[in-house]
Design a binder for this molecule. Structure first.
Ligand code: FAD
Length: 317
């Protein structure tokens, strides 16, 4: 079922989660072990992130360096199929521009259609570590809007090869990313919002936000979206801080702020076990306020920490 239909039919705020594929070599059981404890809260959908290749230089005999391409977390599509098969819940694969030509994207979307996947989260993806900025694949997309347009075309039965006859249109519900604290590359918020609006006008039907720790950021974002005439559901993304290190690492990685009040609580802690309690309590309060404000769904970035997500969900849903 489409995410938007879940939202339309809901009597109250929905619960959803996002998981990462396991590191290459790990079994699918680690995914199930993460989802099992959360099933009692009936997630409406489970997002599975996509991780592109990275390049490493490996030292070989004779001292020369070989450039090797590795994907640390493959398996997004297979995990989606496994989740749908085991839990009968909608799985939402993330698809990205980076590393894909348009043909490869089209073929990936055909696989998803054949698997009965109804939703995709369309993203640009970040630059790989060895590149200072995002470089599109030759023949690929530079921005998420171009990916949204491609999916939108397939939804209308238009594939790359215009000579294809009797094509089956896809019927994907397209989600996109939004940034209450601005995407780090955007010169300003107005510019970022305008680009968000183009993604919606091109057929995206819902937005999932980057994590934030101050609900005021989300409420302000809702206002800005209204001003841009963006009227699709805006699903807040939530992360539970579990270690002291995350207080400085998350802002660096995701270009978001940790509010001073939360930071002060974290700084008072002597151990990560204490930080975890602070993080859980903060997220419970955030979640309760968002539900009170009528958020359509709360989307938890579990990042391998389903136990803490379970503790939050048990106080909130
Ligand atoms: P875009 O919408 O393309 O925007 C990127 C930047 O370009 C923005 O600054 C925007 O303002 C600007 N821009 C957009 N269109 C134009 C244009 N036409 N001309 C000029 N500038 C433009 N990454 C992954 O690799 N895998 C994942 O699974 C993944 N999941 C995510 C899930 C969520 C909910 C979020 C919020 C992010 C996720 N990301 C993921 C990270 C995401 O790929 C990065 O944040 C990336 O840098 C931007 O992606 P986007 O889709 O927002 O890009």
């Amino acid at each position: 079922m489409k995410v938007t239909d879940h939202i339309k039919q809901a009597q109250s705020t929905l619960f959803s989660i996002e998981i990462l594929p396991p590191l290459k070599g790990k079994s699918i059981q680690s995914i199930f072990d993460g989802i099992d404890p959360l099933m009692e809260f009936k997630p409406s959908f489970v997002d599975v992130t996509y991780h592109r290749e990275e390049y490493l230089y490996k030292k070989r005999e004779g001292g020369y360096l070989e450039k090797v391409s590795i994907r640390k977390r493959p398996g997004t599509v297979g995990i989606c199929a496994a989740i749908m098969n085991k839990y009968h819940v909608d799985a939402v694969p993330h698809i990205i521009c980076g590393g894909f030509s348009k043909e490869e994207t089209e073929n990936a979307l055909i696989d998803l259609q054949f698997l009965g996947i109804d939703n995709v989260l369309a993203l640009r993806g970040d630059s790989i570590k060895s590149e200072p900025e995002f470089v599109p694949e030759p023949g690929g997309h530079a921005y998420a809007i171009d990916l949204v347009k491609q999916i939108g075309s397939m939804n209308k039965g238009k594939y790359i090869d215009e000579d294809l006859a009797d094509v089956a249109p896809t019927d994907f519900c397209i989600g996109v990313a939004g940034y209450p604290e601005k995407h780090f590359e955007a010169p300003n918020m107005i510019s970022d919002m305008k680009h968000l609006k183009t993604k919606i006008d091109a057929g995206s039907e819902y937005i999932v936000t980057q994590m934030f720790f101050d609900n005021a950021q989300y409420f302000e974002y809702l206002k800005k979206c209204k001003e841009q005439n963006i009227n699709v559901p805006i699903i807040p993304g939530l992360k539970i801080i579990t270690t002291k290190k995350q207080a400085t690492a998350l802002p660096k990685i995701f270009k978001i702020d940790v509010p001073q009040a939360l930071l002060e609580e974290i700084e008072k802690c002597n151990t990560d076990a204490e930080v975890k309690e602070v993080g859980i309590e903060w997220c419970i309060q955030q979640s309760k306020e968002l539900i009170k404000a009528g958020a359509p769904c709360l989307h938890y970035y579990t990042m391998g920490t389903s136990e803490v997500t379970r503790r939050v969900a048990s106080k909130v849903f």
